[in-house]
Design a protein around this ligand. Structure first.
Ligand SMILES: Cc1ncc(COP(=O)(O)O)c(C=O)c1O
Length: 369
């Protein structure tokens, strides 16, 4: 199929500028282990994201694993089945038991009332996701965590730059994780980060991502290797300069989609929430088969046949994968909203290079009788 429209496309820095930075790395011969670009990117991200401390990682999965290690989480962790598998995998890899609870239809975020109902004496933490960059119900989740003495680790892989009333959502809970994967609003090819509130926690996490080394001869924890190298840090510094422009382009696409699809029966989507600075990382639409006239899958495959690659994200639910479906909390009757949404969703193509003609082609395909 010619003229394939992909669901996403990476934000790439200017190649000449990247080349000059590579030259600096080559000249310095310092390619990883907390180099100058690594330090600069941590500093620049703290400013851009309005967070006090950040630690860079090689991807967005290792910060999840490390967050659970850093807080010494054990037993049961309450989480959402409506996410990318890495969220639940990180709980499993830490030897903890994921406990799935249902989501709310208005944000696709974890339902705090379901969280409270799922707490047992073995619960030690809650791991919510700011799904599609829609802020989770942070106040209510914190209230519950405080009441029961639980930690909160946000999987904020989708929430780069998202703010509520001028404050970053990354400051909520005990720790927040980010992904800088090529598909994200801000990317370092592969990459990620942990956001924390204080210097002591940053120090501990910096040890953990460097094998647990605290100095030349001392290891203070069974750490891992997840240090971001200088090449990716340089790439990140360049991309940070153009991320606001990329978000503005995404917003333009979302506005066009909303205008065109608002009156199509059987299609729902999220509107902007007052007071929220959205990052427009995804544009999910939800298909009600009865009103729209065909199923989500029929539309998805028809689009694909015509060269338009949406993504059924998140489908299937994490709780339905063979690894997790035996868990008592994975039963579909425990997760009616997530089950319904997973069968209705298509994320439409969205990225800064999507042309107006491509947007029209996508809209026309969806509006076809
Ligand atoms: C919600 C969520 N969590 C975690 C991850 C993992 O991030 P990475 O691919 O950078 O390891 C992703 C990546 O897509 C994600 O969407």
């Amino acid at each position: 199929m010619s003229n394939k429209i992909t669901v996403t496309s990476p934000l790439l820095p200017d190649l000449d500028e990247f080349h000059s930075m590579l030259k600096e790395i080559w000249d310095s011969k310092w390619v990883t282990n907390n180099g100058q670009f690594h330090k600069q990117l941590e500093h620049a991200l703290c400013e851009y994201l309005k967070v006090p401390y950040i630690s860079l990682f090689t991807n967005g999965t290792l910060p999840l694993l490390t967050a659970l290690q850093a807080l010494r989480i054990t037993g049961e962790v309450i989480t959402t089945p409506y996410s990318f598998v890495a969220t639940t995998h990180s709980i499993w890899w830490n030897g903890c038991r994921p406990v799935f609870v249902d989501i709310k239809e208005d944000s696709c975020g974890i339902d705090p009332e379901r969280v409270e109902a799922a707490i047992t004496p073995n619960t030690t933490a809650i791991m919510p996701v700011h799904c599609y960059g829609m802020p989770a119900d942070m106040d209510r989740i914190q209230e519950i965590a405080d009441k029961y003495g639980l930690k909160v680790i946000y999987d904020a892989a989708h929430a780069f730059g998202v703010e509520v009333n001028g404050k970053s959502v990354l400051n909520a809970g005990d720790l927040s994780t980010l992904s800088f994967h090529a598909t994200k609003v801000f990317n370092t090819l592969e990459g990620g980060a942990l956001v924390m509130h204080d210097e002591k926690t940053k120090q501990r996490i910096d040890y953990l991502k460097n094998f647990g080394f605290a100095g030349e001869t001392e290891v203070v924890a069974p750490g891992i290797n997840s240090k971001m190298d200088e090449v990716r840090a340089a790439y990140g510094l360049l991309n940070l300069k153009q991320v606001d422009d990329a978000i503005a382009k995404r917003q333009h696409i979302v506005q066009r989609y909303r205008e065109a699809l608002r009156d199509v029966p059987g299609i729902r989507f999220f509107e902007d929430t007052p007071g929220v600075r959205h990052n427009y990382i995804y544009f999910p639409i939800f298909i009600s088969e009865g009103q729209y006239g065909c199923s989500r899958d029929e539309l998805y495959f028809r689009m694909k046949e015509h060269g338009i690659w949406g993504r059924r994200y998140f489908y299937p639910l994490i709780s339905t994968f063979s690894t997790y479906r035996g868990l008592p909390s994975a039963t579909p009757s425990n997760l009616p909203v997530a089950t319904k949404i997973a069968n209705e969703v298509i994320c439409l193509p969205i990225h800064p290079n999507l042309s107006d003609e491509d947007i029209e082609r996508i809209i026309n395909e969806i509006k076809k009788p």
